[in-house]
Design a protein around this ligand. Structure first.
Ligand code: UD1
Length: 357
């Protein structure tokens, strides 16, 4: 049996690791294709190393471009690899452009596709990721959902039950496995952080960082709040570029850093007083860690992080951010509980399903 995994962007790598390891334990043949959507060492290589993943077997080197260019380049370069290797299953992860591109290629070649993290919906079609989720789930053969809301969304869309399996959250597998290693790095890392209590911020969504006035207002609010609780803000390349154009000079209490590796970022999150983000995965990681998370978005495709976990949707109103940030800093953050099946065994369940079919 041959399973071919397609990954391309930072949030894919931590989802691949537990599925790959569980399939390896079952003796399945595996190939990893990296599309090259994320290509900087800090966005890609460090994750393969820290997650214990083997080097990708192929790199399609698509790099950056418009959505159409990036998606089309993955399709053109992946097709001959699928034709040549004839996998029994292709596994795609999450909601990035590489995910939908790979699913389209395989659906047309009649090669079976499994989608890990299926069924999530923000119902916001201005997000490219929502389009990627909808299209991928429409054409993939096997939809592996992280939580019951995913199953409900798919049922509402008329997807046959036989195509859907609720397996839990693969991000939790990786986090729970690597938390001890992350904690080992903490003594050294804390020396570089502003103090015992701090906030972590990540922002990279076009809706927050592409428009100069919006980004400026956001970082001005963060600069103000950092006087009360120091902030560490690892910068996504897209955000770094936008900030350079805005000409923002941060105060000493707001540390702008390079993108962090998986272990350092996990250690930072787990020791943070609060995390402010517009990421999808970080909403989940903070829920698993029990750390309050303030999400700078109007909606979320991960509602269990709000209903059961530690996540609060802030929307775009910066006064709401100020109020909630101060409330958490004063100890009034959400506590939350772990959603069902976020137990560190999702990769095992996926491997069982794939090897049984
Ligand atoms: C992508 C995903 C998003 C995910 C995010 C995580 C899509 C549609 N979006 O967004 O869902 O949350 O990854 O990071 O797939 N760049 C570099 N070096 C890199 C990668 C990107 O400099 O290694 C810069 C380039 O200028 C590029 C820009 O970042 O144009 C955006 O990269 P891209 O892959 O298009 O989307 P992300 O914003 O990273």
């Amino acid at each position: 049996m041959l399973v071919l995994h397609v990954v391309g962007a930072r949030p894919n790598f931590m989802k691949l690791a537990p599925v790959h390891a569980a399939l390896a334990r079952r003796g399945a043949g595996q190939l990893i294709v990296h599309t090259g959507q994320h290509y900087d060492a800090a966005m890609s290589d460090v994750f393969f190393r820290e997650l214990g993943l083997p080097e990708p077997d192929r790199n399609l080197n698509v790099g950056s471009g418009s959505h159409a260019e990036q998606t089309a380049d993955v399709m053109r370069r992946l097709e001959p690899v699928i034709v040549e290797t004839k996998p029994d299953w292709v596994v795609v992860y999450g909601d990035v452009n590489s995910t939908v591109a790979a699913a389209l290629v395989c659906a047309k070649l009649l090669v079976r596709v499994a989608h890990v993290e299926a069924g999530l919906r923000s119902r916001d079609l201005t997000m490219p990721e929502e389009i990627n989720r909808l299209v991928t789930d429409r054409i993939a053969d096997l939809l592996l959902t992280p939580s019951a809301d995913g199953d409900e969304n798919l049922a509402t869309e008329g997807v046959a039950k036989e195509r859907v399996r609720c397996v839990g959250n693969v991000m939790a597998d990786t986090l729970l496995r690597l938390l001890p290693a992350a904690n080992d790095r903490w003594p050294e890392l804390r020396e570089r952080l502003p103090g015992e209590r701090f906030a972590v911020v990540t922002l990279h969504r076009p809706s927050n960082v592409d428009e100069p006035a919006r980004l400026r207002a956001l970082v001005d609010a963060l600069a103000e709040l950092s006087a009360e609780l120091p902030i560490v803000f690892p910068l996504h390349p897209r955000t770094r570029e936008s900030l350079r154009r805005v000409g923002f000079e941060p105060p000493a209490t707001l540390a702008l850093t390079e993108p962090a590796g998986y272990l350092d970022f996990l250690a930072m999150q787990s020791h943070a007083t609060v995390v402010v983000t517009d990421s999808g995965g970080i909403q989940e990681e903070t829920t698993i860690l029990g750390v309050p998370c303030l999400t700078m978005r109007e909606n979320t495709e991960r509602p269990v992080t709000v209903t059961l976990g530690t996540n609060t949707l802030i929307g775009s109103d910066l006064d709401v951010l100020r109020r909630e940030f101060r409330a958490v800093a004063a100890g009034r953050g959400k506590r939350g509980t772990l959603p069902p099946l976020w137990d560190g065994r999702a990769g095992e369940r996926i491997a069982d399903i794939l090897t049984a079919q």
